[in-house]
Every structure is written in structure tokens, then in C-alpha cells.
Design a protein around this ligand. Sequence first.
Ligand code: NAP
Length: 295
Amino acid sequence: MAEPLFNRLCLVGIGLIGSSIARVAQKRGDIAKTIVVTTRRAETLARVRELGLADVVEPDAARAVEGCDGVIFCIPVGAYADAMRHIAAHLAPGAVLTDVGSTKGSVVRDLSPLLPAGVHLVPAHPMAGTEHSGPDAGFPELFEGRYCIVTPLPDSDPAAVEKVKELWRRCGSMIETMDPITHDKVVAIVSHLPHLIAFTICGTADDLAEETKEAVLKFAASGFRDFTRIAASDVDMWRDVFLNNREAVLEMLSRFSEDAHAFGRAIRRGEAGFIEDRIERGRKIRRSLIERKQA
Ligand code: NAP
């Protein structure tokens, strides 16, 4: 077995993503010698103890990060600045600070100014998840065969960047490197916009059900059901994603709205060719995802 990457690794927050990292680290044994977990609620910490997900459970984040050579933020992106203010002075010199947040521009904005000298910030985003949350929801295979996007800063220490990449390789992920702005645009279209549409379509159906007093949900077994799975996602996480990737989401929403209007116009005008072309493009994209084993 390879040497553990980290001597003492602290997970700040432990829901779906944090607990999946803890599980894969425990299963492999070559990610961290000691796993420290901190989170804000006593109930979650108690559950972490019951599940045996950590070697050390510490309610105070500042004490938890002391002496750690690796720290991973696994909390909603809107909570980063407060968490960083609380722990910054306690981070060990030479430590690697990374995260799993779904937005990257905001992470650089919120963490960089508070970063103590000698601590290396290397943001990352595992492109893996489910609609479930909390420490019970995680599983060690979550990241297997999925991409992890690493967004180093121009002055990031190369050894720290390599360490974060190796962490994700050991979690089973494929690594892509991007700048934070490109990352935020990419995820706005592949993840944030689909969630926006899912949350909206559920609201529209619910309004319709109220207006017509019809049991719309009785017939949900058609395409609607797939949207409800996405729409079941965590409120805090998704509120923070939309508020912290505002520009990119609004840009993609505006492009999407134009395209949706064009589709509507084609329906009104009876332009069968246009409609067939859109459906064919959708089918082609689905086929290529299956070929890339990302379906
Ligand atoms: P989760 O299961 O809901 O767990 C969230 C964790 O953050 C819990 O430990 C919770 O603590 C803590 N937390 C919540 N609000 C907080 C606040 N205001 N201040 C401090 N701690 C807070 O979330 P998750 O799905 O693991 O997501 C964690 C991060 O991963 C997010 O940044 C998200 O954008 C990113 N991500 C998520 C997915 C996904 O599909 N879920 C995929 C990729 C990346 P308590 O339980 O103690 O309250």
C-alpha cells in the first residue's frame, strides 16, 4: 500500500460528499493516517461517531484543523467565508486547503484574502453526487469513474496541486484542470441550469395542480418524474450555488430561454424539421454520454 497522502486530514462539514471521502479514505487506508471531522451540529457529530467515520470528532472547527496537513471544506459554498474566518489563524503552516464546492470563482473570492502565508489553497469540485444529503447518504464508490475538476490559482504550489489531484485519483476520479471562470460556466450549463429547470418545472406543475384541482402528480410517471429526482436536492446547497454562480447561471438561462422560445415558435408554425432536429440532437448527446460511460 502507498504511503498515506496526508498525516492528519480534516473534513470541515460531513454530508454526502464529506462522508463519501471519509468512507473511501477508510476503505483504502492510503489517503490519511488520521481523519478528523468537524461540523456545526451536535446531532451530525453524534451520527458521525455512530457511523465510525472519523478517528477524531471535534465540534470546534478551529481546534479541529490544528496540526492538520490537509483540510477539505465540505460545506455549502455560502458558508465558506465565515468558516475560514474562524479557522484561518489555526491552519498549520504548509497545510493544503482544498474543497469540494460546486462553484469555484466564489471560493477563490472568499478564501484567498483570508489565507495565511504558507497555507496552500487548491480548490476542487468532484463532479459526482446524488439528491441525498447528510453523513448517512455517502458511499465510497461515489467518485469512481467521475471527473474531478481542479482549479489551481496561478501561484498555487505545484506540490500542493499534485497532492489534491492524487487525492482524487485515489478516490477513483479522473482529473481535469481548469480556471475557476471556465469551471463556473461549464457547471452552469451541465448542472446548475438543469437544477433550475427541475425546481421550476416542479413549481409550475404544483401551481397547475392547485389551479385545476387535478391530481397532476398521479400521472408523474412520464418525463416529469426525472425532474422530481433532481428537484429533491438540498435547499442550502442549491441556494448557495445559485447565489454564488450568478453571472454564469444567468448567462446560460438567457441562452436557454432563447432556444426554448425558438422551439416554441417552431411548434406554433408547425415546423416539423426544426422539431425533429432538436430531438435528434438530444438523442445524439445521450448516446455520446453513454459511450463516455458518464450516463
Ligand atoms: P450535505 O450532505 O447537505 O452536508 C452539508 C454539510 O455542511 C453538513 O456537514 C452540514 O453540517 C454543513 N453545513 C451546512 N450548512 C452550513 C453552514 N451554514 N455553516 C457550516 N456548516 C454547514 O451537503 P453535500 O451534498 O455533502 O455538499 C457539500 C458541498 O459539496 C457543497 O459545497 C456542494 O456544493 C458540494 N457538492 C455537492 C454535490 C452533490 O451532489 N450533493 C456534488 C458535488 C459537490 P450539519 O449537518 O452539522 O448541519
